[in-house]
Ligand binder design. Structure first.
Ligand code: FE2
Length: 205
């Protein structure tokens, strides 16, 4: 197995170990996402500046999530890190410096699922992830750090390791890493799974 596939497999294996326990809400949300993924597509590694910051999450997790967080951080240089936003979306240079995510499971791979997407996302402490929305509903599982989540129709909520946050299809939502950093495993289902979220700087929650 090549080094890149071994890196993705390492994270998938750590997820599998806690999928039915500490991540049972995520399993119930997208039961077909794991455990066995035989269909794999290669992505070349893409480095982003956040690789200099993700290590801050290592000391901000729980014993149950430590092996998963270690695998993500240790293998981070092998992953294809993506940023859905550019400066014209209203995010600043600091956001672009300290944010990125990877696909772990999606219709396009690296592990292939037609109806589910699993992303792993990092935001540095103090960042504001502005209001946005998307067709698929999503469930955040916080595996390191903490954040304040805002969404239409409910009060802001401060969450930490082991907490889950759900967003409905097209529900306007935002995240403040006021207590961050934040490292999250995020399940997506329904809608166009690979369409980037929409962001409108005029909208607030
Ligand atoms: Fe979202």
């Amino acid at each position: 197995m090549d080094e890149v596939r071994a890196a993705y497999q390492s994270v998938l294996s750590e997820l599998n170990l806690i999928w039915g326990e500490d991540l049972s809400e995520l399993r119930d949300f997208c039961p077909s996402a794991l455990p066995d993924k035989e269909s794999y597509l290669h992505f070349d590694p893409v480095a982003r500046p956040m690789l200099n910051h993700i290590g801050t999450c290592r000391s901000q997790t729980s014993p149950a999530f430590q092996p998963l967080v270690n695998a993500i951080i240790d293998r981070a240089p092998q992953f294809h890190w993506i940023r859905s936003y550019k400066s014209e979306h209203g995010v600043d240079a600091d956001f672009l410096e300290r944010y990125a995510y990877i696909n772990l499971v999606s219709p396009a791979g690296p592990f292939v699922s037609d109806d589910t997407r699993i992303t792993i996302a990092f935001w540095g402490a103090g960042l504001i992830y502005p209001e946005h929305w998307h067709g698929p509903e999503e469930l955040y599982a916080v595996v390191a750090g903490s954040a304040r989540f805002r969404a239409t129709g409910r009060a802001p909520r401060d969450v930490g390791v082991g907490d889950f946050v759900h967003h409905e299809s097209n529900q306007l939502h935002a995240t403040d890493m006021i207590l961050g950093p934040l490292l999250a495993v995020i399940g997506w289902k329904g809608g166009e799974l690979l369409t980037p979220p929409a962001m409108d700087v005029e909208q607030t929650v």
